[in-house]
Write a protein that binds this ligand. Structure first.
Ligand code: MIC
Ligand code: SF4
Length: 755
């Protein structure tokens, strides 16, 4: 059985295969290649014949690894079980990080989680043992930090059932977030299929200094690209500024590339990555990477003439970059800190900060925590403490043990902060917040990556603002958004304090990391002896049944369950927080369907008018009732429908409750694929203005489905209550294979038939 670790032999074999495949592709293309192309084409299943056409062709790729976190792994493994495979075809790991509720601090919270999630952890652990998967127990760390510390390597390719998988781009890996069904394909030995991305080149010049952090690079980029600007593109960094950013700092930047929707983001291999590899006991991989540098950076012609090789080029001068704060409610509403006080006044945001939070997979490295602690230390020396509750989540056991040894935990303690478990915690709504009742408007600042309404504390009235860890700590001293905490005087007990910028932190600890991997469990030696338990009648886990195949008929007179207005992210479609409990139980989790979606007809979230009875009720109840009546239905979406997470529950729930199509102005990449994989039709209005033609009570027919063909529009007829009708043209992105998924009822059904 292959090792779970990215051993030097494994990495060497990847480089050898990459080289051989690239030779074939170079012979076909006869032009210089970007780094993205090298990794992509170096992982093609069939480099001789693959059709190459950015934005149009679907590539069949052979990723080197798969990673899954506990909230998505449940559904992925349930599908893998349905696929009937014996073991995973590539090294795969499962990480327990999403299900730990933050309440009183690390030890107590983990102990409680182990108790409350016993059944789910036992399922994940036994399925991992059974199918040859490495298992990381609760408390061992956040998936992306653990992957960066242990498994990521330059020039490799991985997919992960979490949208922030691109974090590994900080170590030069092509790492992409996918739904569980994509992971099942790769774990079953089939290629990963993805639309060939367009290329966005981001040239970094200058050098970060003062309060400006890697976080500000990505916040600035979000400002430029917006939340949909990276869709179906890869962001490739280049230029002399790259090497001024540490490996984990690069991870922050590629991680949050999920927020502009990119397939992934990558940095070329450099000295900072080497430092990190060596510090994490992977000197042999650094040697290999050093010997294969040509595979790990773009050809020199690219930097000399970027406009010729990238579809779009963005330039950021790190020396001129200011620290930023983004939000509320969307990660692309960016402002330099200096402009925040005026924006707070102009928009009537609550100025008082109610909580400050440092951590999440984006910003929980040793360097991040050290910079944050430096600000706390300075404030302490001046007699100040955090004025608001400050919560810190270290990214992994390794980071935790190291900051403990280096005395940083005690700094936070003296400063008045609470250190939480090495887990997602409040970033995904696992935050038992007793200080701010639902509905109370309040502002929080954090170093996370997403700030959609209700995400952190379940309260849609909470305004969440995002900044770097050091800026978040500075805000915790100020306690208000009305001053610029890194430039203005902060009043402290009748005196004032001006914080100085934290010194550049060592990216790896001077005394080396404290290695701890107590939380790792290797797969069973005798997997055939392991039984995977799913208890009959469990409310948390439910074995899946294959979805029925398409009946070959057009969809006629479909009810409209939802017409969503504005942002409809996966957090609006299937929120996390308390619902994380049901991630392994399709029927139960379906009760949250569309609960955050804003009804375009009323402006109210989560509820609509039943298309038959006229009763106003929760969307999920409407759908369930229609299903009971044997009626099928559609949902209508706005721009970038399904933005955010990789959670395929957001696609499986509508499918389970009788939905057949989502018609939107545009889709986010992962969600669009998830819909297709689960047998639904994601259709986009050819003319986005047609969105307005759908009225309350309409019936929708989707016509000519037997002729569904790549690149051909689909006819949709919208029949209004007054008897009139509109004919609307819609686009789809199915290729020939994917049409097979639709016909079979799901991609999984196709895979089951192939087996
Ligand atoms: C998130 O940040 O939204 C999550 C929770 O990590 C999700 C995965 C999930 O919903 O389980 C993601 O980003 O894919
Ligand atoms: Fe966890 Fe938050 Fe990262 Fe998602 S974004 S993986 S919830 S820490």
């Amino acid at each position: 059985m292959a090792a779970i670790e990215s051993t030097p032999d494994f990495v060497n074999a990847v480089y050898t295969r990459t080289r051989a495949r690239l030779e074939k592709v170079r012979a076909r293309l006869r032009r210089p290649l970007t780094l993205t192309e090298k990794i992509l084409f170096g992982h093609l299943a069939d480099p001789d014949r693959a059709q190459l056409d950015p934005g149009k062709a679907y590539l069949e790729l052979k990723p080197d690894r798969v990673a899954m976190q506990d909230a998505t792994a449940q559904m992925a493994l349930l599908q893998f079980m349905l696929a009937g495979m014996d073991r995973t075809a590539v090294p795969t790991t499962v990480h327990c990080d999403h299900l730990i509720l933050a309440r009183s601090g690390a030890a107590a919270d983990v102990a409680r989680a182990v108790e409350t999630n016993k059944e789910v952890y036992a399922f994940l652990e036994s399925a991992s043992a059974r199918y040859g998967i490495g298992f990381w127990k609760p408390g061992s760390g956040i998936i992306h930090q653990v992957v960066l510390e242990n498994y990521a390597f330059p020039g490799g390719m991985m997919i992960g059932t979490d949208s922030h998988t691109p974090n590994a781009g900080g170590l030069g890996m092509f790492a992409s977030g996918v739904g569980g069904a994509d992971a099942v394909d790769v774990m079953s030995g089939f290629p990963w299929e993805v639309l060939q991305p367009k290329l966005i080149g981001v040239e970094l010049t200058g050098k970060l200094s003062g309060w400006t952090a890697p976080k500000d690079v990505i916040l600035k980029l979000l400002d430029i690209l917006t939340v949909k600007g990276g869709t179906n593109a890869v962001v490739e960094f280049f230029g002399p500024g790259c090497v001024s950013i540490s490996c984990t700092g690069k991870g922050t930047i590629t991680n949050m590339g999920a927020e502009h929707g990119a397939t992934t983001s990558v940095f070329p291999y450099d000295a900072r990555m080497e430092i990190y590899l060596r510090a994490t006991r992977r000197g042999a991989i650094a040697d290999l990477a050093g010997a294969n540098r040509d595979l790990l950076a773009a050809d020199p012609e690219v930097a000399a003439n970027p406009e010729k090789y990238f579809h779009r080029v963005v330039r950021i001068d790190l020396s001129a970059l200011e620290p930023h704060l983004v939000g509320p409610h969307t990660p692309d509403l960016a402002r330099p800190l200096s402009e925040v006080p005026a924006a707070v006044k102009a928009n009537g945001y609550p100025a008082k900060i109610s909580a400050a939070l440092v951590g999440s997979c984006t910003n929980s490295s040793y360097e991040d925590i050290t910079r944050a602690a430096a600000v706390a230390r300075e404030a302490l020396a001046a007699g100040a403490k955090a004025r608001v509750p400050l919560l810190i989540t270290p990214g992994s056991e390794q980071v935790y043990a190291t900051i403990e040894r280096d005395g940083l935990l005690s700094v936070f303690h003296d400063f008045g902060a609470t250190v939480l478990a090495n887990a997602c915690g409040p970033c995904i709504g696992q935050w038992q917040r007793d200080d701010s009742p639902k509905g109370t408007p309040n502002a929080i600042v954090n170093s996370f990556n997403r700030n959609f309404p209700a995400r952190n504390d379940g309260n849609p009235a909470t305004l969440s603002f995002i900044a770097s860890p050091e800026v978040v700590v500075a805000y915790s001293v100020a306690g208000t958004l009305e001053i610029n905490p890194v430039a203005d005087e902060i009043p402290v007990d009748g005196r004032t304090l001006r914080l100085s910028p934290p010194p550049p932190a060592p990216e790896v600890p001077e005394k080396g990391f404290v290695f701890k991997a107590d939380g790792y469990v290797a797969p069973a030696e005798k997997p055939e002896r392991v039984t995977v338990n799913v208890r009959e009648g469990s409310d948390r886990l439910q074995l899946l049944q294959p979805f029925p195949a398409w009946d070959g008929k057009d969809y006629a007179d479909l009810a409209v369950v939802l017409k969503a207005k504005g942002k409809c992210t996966t957090d609006h479609i299937s929120p996390a927080g308390i619902w994380l409990r049901y991630r392994g139980h399709l029927d139960n989790i379906s009760n949250n369907m569309f609960s955050g979606a804003v009804n375009a007809f009323t402006g109210e979230a989560g509820k609509g008018k039943h298309p038959v009875t006229g009763e106003v009720m929760e969307f999920s109840k409407i759908a369930r009732d229609l299903k009971g009546r044997g009626m099928r239905w559609v949902a209508i979406g706005d721009e970038n429908y399904g933005e955010g997470s990789s959670r395929e529950h957001a696609a499986m729930e509508p499918r389970h409750l009788g939905g057949v199509a989502v018609i939107a102005r545009s889709f986010a990449r992962i969600h669009e694929t998830n819909l297709k994989k689960q047998g639904l039709l994601p259709l986009a209005f050819v003319d986005p203005a047609d969105y307005d033609k759908v009225r309350e009570g309409d019936r929708v027919s989707i016509v000519g489905l037997a002729e569904l063909a790549p690149g051909q529009p689909v006819k949709v007829v919208v029949r209004h209550a007054d008897g009139s009708a509109d004919e609307i043209a819609c686009r789809h992105t199915f290729n020939a294979d994917q049409i097979g998924w639709f016909r079979a009822g799901s991609a999984l059904n196709v895979l089951r038939a192939k087996k």
